[in-house]
Design a protein around this ligand. Structure first.
Ligand code: FRU
Length: 473
C-alpha cells in the first residue's frame, strides 16, 4: 500500500465548528461511514476520507474505534489509494470478521482520464488486518473485476454479511437503461465471488432513482430491510427535498430465488443532512446505524477551517408496524455531565437558562390530552434571530423544521399520539432531533458562532417536562 504524505496534510485553522462527541475528521474531508464492525473489543468506524484538502479528493479510508460508541479514538489511515486495483480511490465498503481477522471489502475507483470525472470504471477489492489497526491489501485483488454485462460503470459500495454457509455482498448499481438497482454476489471464502443477479430495482429514474448508492440488507423482527441511498428521485410535495435521499423498503429476501419483495420507499430521516448510511449488529444484537451528516453539494462553512463533514451519533434501529424507528444508542446517556434543568414548565414563551446550549441534550415531554392548543415550537436563536426551529402542529401532527439560509424547510409527521416527546442533541454545528421515540428524526448541520439560546413557545400553555444535560467529554 502507498504511504500517506504527512507533510502535505491540511491543518485545522479554526475550531469554531468542531464537534465534541461526534465522529468527524481530525482534518481534511469526510463523507460516508464505511466498515462498521465490532472486532476484538472495539467498535470500528471507517470513513471516506481525503486528508490533503477540505474538499473531496482521491478517497482514503479514515479510521476510528471506540469501546463504548461514544468515545472515539482516531487511528492511522486504513486504506490509501494508488495501487493498480484502486488507482484513483478506495470508495465505500464494509467489514466482516472471519477466523479472528478483520476483512474490508471496498470499491476501487479508476478514471480513464483525470480530466473527465464522469468517465470511470469500478471494481471490488479486499484488505485484511490481524490487529484491527494495520491493513494489507489482498494480493489477488480485484476479487470482483467487472460489473455484469447489463450494468453501466456505476458499480460500488459492497456491503457484506454471512447467511448460512455463504458470504454475500450487495452492491449499488445502475443498469444500461439508466435505473438504479441492487445486485448480489456470494462466496465461501471472500475471494471467489459468484454473481447471483438483481434483487430489486428502481421503477423509474425520476420516481425511484437512476443510481442506488450504499445498499444495506439486514433483518429486524423477521422482516428484511433494504436501506439505501437513491439518486435522482424528484421531489413530491413535502417529500424527497434533499439532493439525494436515504431510505428503505421493508420486505422479504428470498435467498433461493435471489429476489427481494417489498413495499414502498420511505425516507429514514427528514433533515437536510443525512446520507449514505451503514448499519452493523452490536454484540448484544442491536442494529446500529450511522449516516453521513451532510449532503453532496451543500455549503460546508467548516471547509474554510481545514476540515469538512461529520457522522451522526450512533442510533439503534427498530421496526414497528413496518416503520423504522431511530433512537440514540443507550450509551449516549453516559455522555451526560450535569443536569442543568429537570422540572415541569408551563410553556408560553420560555427561554431556557442554559450556559452552553451548543453542547446539550434536551429532553422534552408533554401530554397533549388537555392542552387545547395547536402550535408548539422549539427554537435555537442567536441575538433574537432564529437559526433553527421545529414547529409541531397538533391538528395534522406535522413537524416543520426551519433552518436559516437557502431552502430552509423540511417536513415530517408523527402518527396520532397523545404525547409529544423531543430528544435533541446539539453539538457545536449539528443538531439531531428525535421525535416520539424516533418515529421521525431530523439531522441538521448549522453554523452559528458565539452565544445562542433556546426558546420554547406554545400558542396555549403546555405543561412540559423539561430535562437538559450538558454533554461532551
Ligand atoms: C456516496 C458515495 C458512494 C461512493 C463514495 C465516494 O456518498 O458517492 O457511492 O462510494 O460516496 O466517496
Amino acid at each position: 500500500m502507498k504511504n500517506v504524505d504527512y507533510s502535505k496534510m491540511i491543518n485545522v485553522t479554526n475550531d469554531r465548528y468542531r464537534l465534541k462527541f461526534h465522529i468527524a475528521p481530525p482534518f481534511g474531508w469526510m463523507n460516508d461511514p464505511n466498515g462498521l464492525v465490532f472486532f476484538k473489543g472495539y467498535y470500528h468506524v471507517f470513513y471516506q476520507y481525503y486528508p490533503y484538502d477540505s474538499s473531496w479528493g482521491p478517497m482514503h479510508w479514515g479510521h476510528c474505534r471506540s469501546k463504548d460508541l461514544i468515545h472515539w479514538e482516531q487511528l492511522p489511515i486504513a486504506l490509501v489509494p494508488g495501487n493498480k486495483e484502486d488507482k484513483d480511490g478506495c470508495f465505500s465498503g464494509s467489514a466482516i470478521v472471519k477466523n479472528d481477522k478483520l476483512y474490508l471489502i471496498y470499491t476501487g475507483h479508476h478514471y480513464y482520464a483525470r480530466k473527465d470525472p464522469d468517465h470511470f470504471w469500478q471494481n471490488q477489492n479486499i484488505a485484511y488486518s490481524e490487529d484491527g489497526v494495520h491493513f494489507v491489501k489482498y494480493k489477488g485483488n480485484p476479487v470482483i473485476a467487472t460489473p455484469p454485462k447489463d450494468n453501466t460503470q456505476h458499480f460500488r459500495d459492497p456491503k457484506i454479511w454471512k447467511e448460512n454457509e455463504y458470504y454475500y455482498v450487495i452492491l449499488g448499481s445502475q443498469n444500461n437503461d439508466g435505473v438504479g438497482r441492487v445486485i448480489t454476489y456470494r462466496s465461501k471464502n471472500l475471494v471467489n465471488w459468484e454473481y447471483l443477479g438483481v434483487i430489486t430495482q428502481s421503477k423509474s429514474p425520476n420516481k425511484q432513482g437512476f443510481m442506488w448508492e450504499c445498499p444495506d440488507l439486514f433483518k429486524l423482527n423477521g422482516k428484511s430491510i433494504l436501506l439505501f441511498s437513491p439518486q435522482g428521485i424528484q421531489k413530491v410535495d413535502k417529500k424527497y427535498l434533499n439532493l439525494y435521499q436515504t431510505g428503505y423498503f421493508v420486505g422479504n429476501m428470498d435467498y433461493q430465488n435471489n429476489q427481494f419483495s417489498h413495499d414502498k420507499f420511505k425516507e429514514l430521516d427528514h433533515g437536510h443532512d443525512f446520507y449514505a448510511t451503514q448499519t452493523m449488529e452490536s454484540p448484544d444484537g442491536r442494529r446500529i446505524v450511522i449516516g453521513w451528516m451532510d449532503m453532496w453539494e451543500n455549503d460546508m462553512p467548516e471547509k474554510k477551517d481545514g476540515w469538512a463533514g461529520a457522522l451522526t451519533i450512533p442510533r439503534e434501529l427498530t421496526l414497528k408496524n413496518n416503520h423504522l424507528y431511530m433512537t440514540p444508542v443507550r450509551e449516549l446517556k453516559n455522555l451526560r455531565n450535569k443536569t442543568l434543568i429537570d422540572k415541569q414548565i408551563n410553556i408560553h414563551s420560555t427561554t431556557l437558562k442554559i450556559p452552553d446550549p451548543q453542547h446539550l441534550e434536551l429532553d422534552l415531554q408533554a401530554s397533549l390530552n388537555h392542552w387545547g392548543g395547536n402550535k408548539f415550537v422549539f427554537m435555537l436563536q442567536k441575538s433574537n434571530q432564529e437559526i433553527l426551529s421545529l414547529t409541531f402542529n397538533n391538528r395534522n401532527k406535522e413537524l416543520t423544521l426551519f433552518r436559516e439560509g437557502k431552502d430552509p424547510y423540511r417536513y415530517g409527521t408523527i402518527s396520532s399520539s397523545n404525547k409529544l416527546k423531543l430528544q435533541i442533541f446539539i453539538d457545536t454545528s449539528s443538531i439531531e432531533i428525535f421525535v416520539n421515540n424516533g418515529e421521525t428524526v431530523f439531522s441538521e448541520r448549522y453554523y452559528a458562532e458565539g452565544k445562542s439560546n433556546i426558546t420554547l413557545e406554545s400558542d396555549k400553555g403546555l405543561l412540559c417536562n423539561v430535562r437538559a444535560y450538558s454533554v461532551g467529554h
